[in-house]
Design a protein around this ligand. Structure first.
Ligand code: AHR
Length: 501
């Protein structure tokens, strides 16, 4: 029997946050060097940034970019990345066991982000550093002129302030792998005092405190409660980081990862309410899902990590360059559906990362071609069309039993309504059978639909590469019946977008 989905265009929920479609550039592996930046490349501009990669970044349609880490930021001195490039120090990056040349720093990156149409979300180092250095960086970026640091910025070629609004107070400080790892009390106090000082310098900043590194951390919950008690009234958002990977013996649970993210968000929202933690304006603190993606961490731990942490300190080594499959694309699309569904509490989100490192965009090592991974598409198609207000559709159809997340809807769906435009995003998580969909959107004139699914001759493990991009959206045939109902077939394992007005 068909899956029936009904969207009540009057049941308007939360506004779609503009910043829900953020991304992340870390000084890690080949994300910056040999990724967005490659001076020898035929498309590189005077600053060394690749025009072809920039073009793909624009096409992706992200809104915000978190920078410069990640674990990297916890050992980073921002001053190393400003001033004449030939004078910048070469440093050890202890987080990723790499050599950091500092040829890209704040100025170059901010200009690149500007060209890409991305708002910079800057992270301060609360691993090896503290209040003073965060305050210095803020003064350097945002104070107009007339002080040592603001004048130094001007001497370095930037007359006007960068005007960076969004700031992360450290990164994953609950993780023992983090440089300068802290207890919740230590971090909570430091984050609060850093926030206080930053607000004294620039009251317009928006601050994100670091929540747990993942839902399975033994300190999850207690960490959030403690950090929120210290920082309430001083911060605007608390972070959630969530990576999912496939257990080859249990793809059904992997495909239901959206249920795990949903539970994680709901639990953090519950803690915010329980603590009564508000922003300086008295609103509930928002949830910033500022790292999320599919990431094969088993391979990272078993293969990449032992290969890299050897005693050599390479420049821009290949790190966690996961090749994304059709299955991964459906999961990424489904995680976006969860983020939209929880837009009442999720204030922003960042797909981690942007280029090469667990990324929607890849470049071949040493300046070869740039190409789109399978996961590029659900992200681009969602960022492009999700606007206005969220509507949670009524779904009536089959469910799938999963070992890790219980029973989930075979078709995961969310809608957004913006004036006369309605868009429905659907993830079909059944691996074996297609399903007929009957979609009721009320009266419609024009309909346009696309689907990302297993390409002809491929299977669910098919990936894209520099040689070709078989996992790409194709048109989905939708019939509009006399009864006004939209009917179409969703293939097994598929992510689709249906737009109508
Ligand atoms: O995105 C890769 C890494 O994952 C980040 O540096 C860190 O914050 C997280 O553990």
């Amino acid at each position: 029997s068909p899956t029936r989905i009904a969207v009540d265009r009057d049941a308007l929920g939360a506004a779609v946050p503009h910043r829900l479609f953020g991304t992340f550039v870390e000084h890690m592996g080949r994300c910056v060097y040999d990724g967005i930046h490659s001076p020898g490349h035929e498309t590189a501009d005077a600053a060394g940034f690749r025009a072809d990669v920039l073009e793909l970044v624009r096409e992706l349609g992200a809104t915000v970019v978190r920078y410069p880490g990640g674990n990297f930021v916890s050992g980073y001195r921002w001053e190393d990345g400003v001033g004449p490039r030939e004078e910048r120090p070469v440093r050890l990056d202890a987080a990723w066991h790499s050599t950091e040349t500092n040829q890209v720093g704040l100025h170059e990156f901010a200009e690149w982000a500007d060209a890409a149409g991305l708002e910079v979300m800057e992270a301060v180092n609360l691993g090896t550093r503290g209040v003073a250095e965060a305050a210095d960086l803020l003064e350097y970026t945002n104070h107009p002129s007339g002080t040592a640091l603001s004048e130094r910025r001007r001497e370095n070629g930037r007359d006007e302030p960068f005007g960076i609004r969004l700031w992360c107070l450290g990164n994953e400080m609950d993780g023992p792998w983090q440089i300068g790892h802290k207890t919740a009390d230590e971090y909570g106090r430091l984050a609060a005092e850093t926030a206080r000082m930053m607000r004294f310098i620039d009251p317009t900043v928006e601050l994100v405190a670091a929540g747990s590194s993942n839902h399975e951390m033994p300190t999850f919950g207690a960490w959030e409660r403690t950090v929120l008690r210290h920082t309430a009234g001083l911060i605007d958002h608390i972070s959630v980081h969530a990576y999912y990977e496939e257990d080859p013996d249990d793809p059904a649970s992997f495909l239901a990862s959206g249920a795990a993210l949903d539970r994680y968000i709901v639990e953090v929202a519950g803690i915010i309410d329980e603590v009564g933690a508000t922003t300086p304006d008295g609103n509930p603190i928002g949830i910033s899902v500022d790292e999320w993606n599919v990431w094969n961490q088993t391979r990272w731990n078993e293969v990449d990590k032992p290969r890299v942490f050897t005693g050599d300190w390479p420049i821009a080594p290949r790190l966690i360059e996961d090749d994304y499959t059709v299955t991964d694309a459906v999961v990424v699309g489904s995680l976006l559906i969860t983020l939209l569904r929880r837009a009442d509490r999720v204030s922003m989100a960042n797909l981690a990362q942007l280029v090469n490192v667990i990324a929607p965009i890849r470049t071949e090592p040493g300046g070869g071609a740039a190409w789109r991974q399978s996961t590029f598409h659900p992200f681009r198609l969602t960022a492009e069309a999700a606007s206005g207000r969220v509507v949670v559709p009524h779904v009536e159809g089959a469910t799938i039993d999963t070992a890790r997340h219980g029973a989930v809807d075979a078709v995961d769906a969310i809608a957004t309504v913006d004036g006369r435009d309605v868009t429905v995003f659907l993830a079909h998580r059944d691996l074996h059978a297609a399903t007929e969909i009957e979609l009721d959107l009320g009266a419609v004139d024009a309909v346009e639909a696309v689907v990302v699914t297993i390409p002809e001759g491929g299977d669910r493990h098919t990936t894209n590469s520099a040689e070709g991009e078989p996992v790409s959206p194709v048109a989905l045939n939708v019939r509009v019946g006399d009864d006004g109902i939209l009917r179409f077939t969703l293939p097994a394992l598929a992510w689709a977008r249906v737009r109508a007005r």
